[in-house]
Design a protein. Structure first.
Length: 227
């Protein structure tokens, strides 16, 4: 009986084809896992930033008497990232100069304040910003809100990119929570019951029929939930 050595050309080609298929499956699986990991990581970092902002406002309880208490701490959010900021009143210490009814007037301490309208005093500026964070380039945020009206549906800024800036402000000492659309003029919106931030893959951006891949919701009580 003749002894057989090596492999036939057909066998070699079959092995190469199988290896190619397995490799392509492995690469596709790895890319999907990497994107999912990016979503979970960014969602956790965003929630942490919101809770840190709230904590900074609560910490003003322990400020010594007479110390300069900030008007508030906020988080400024865009489609591609976010920044925590502190707003202090203009002039001397204490809360002198902080807006008394921020939900009824332009917010004087927003992250990026344009010149004040005629008749209004000079607004204080965000005198300290920290922890700026850029989203993973594979992801994008859609900024949404839920109106307080019963049965109202969620509205998002994805259809109007020029308005896609949003702020959550925590005003000490309680703290009180205010939601503001940041452009063109920062305005608190008392008719908003929840701020909703939805994560999408950049290669599948917000559009009708495109599902979001993660969601962070902040309500009027400052509670944060994730989906």
């Amino acid at each position: 009986m003749q002894k057989r050595n090596g492999f036939t050309l057909v066998e070699v080609l079959v092995v190469i084809a199988v290896l190619g298929i397995l490799t392509s499956i492995s690469i596709g699986f790895s890319r999907t896992n990497a994107k999912q990991l990016a979503v979970f990581t960014e969602r956790a970092a965003f929630v942490s930033a919101i809770l840190r902002t709230k904590s900074l406002a609560i910490q003003t309880y322990v400020f010594p008497p007479g110390a300069a208490v900030p008007c508030g701490f906020g988080i400024h959010v865009t489609n591609t990232g976010y920044t925590i900021f502190k707003d202090s009143p203009p002039g001397s210490g204490g809360t002198t100069g902080c807006p008394g009814t921020p939900n009824a007037a332009p917010f004087y301490g927003a992250y990026a304040v344009p010149p004040p309208p005629v008749g209004l005093s000079q607004p204080s500026q965000a005198d300290e910003t920290f922890s700026p964070h850029d989203l993973d380039p594979r992801l994008i945020l859609d900024l949404c809100y839920r109106p307080s009206a019963s049965g109202a549906s969620v509205a998002c800024y994805s259809s109007v990119p020029s308005l896609a800036e949003f702020e959550i402000m925590f005003v000490p000492p309680e703290p009180k929570i205010y939601f503001a659309q940041a452009v063109p003029v920062p305005l608190f919106n008392p008719a908003v019951s929840e701020a909703i931030f939805r994560f999408y893959y950049r290669d599948a951006p917000p559009a009708v029929g495109v599902p979001w891949v993660a969601e962070v919701v902040v309500n009027r009580a400052g509670q944060v939930s994730v989906n």
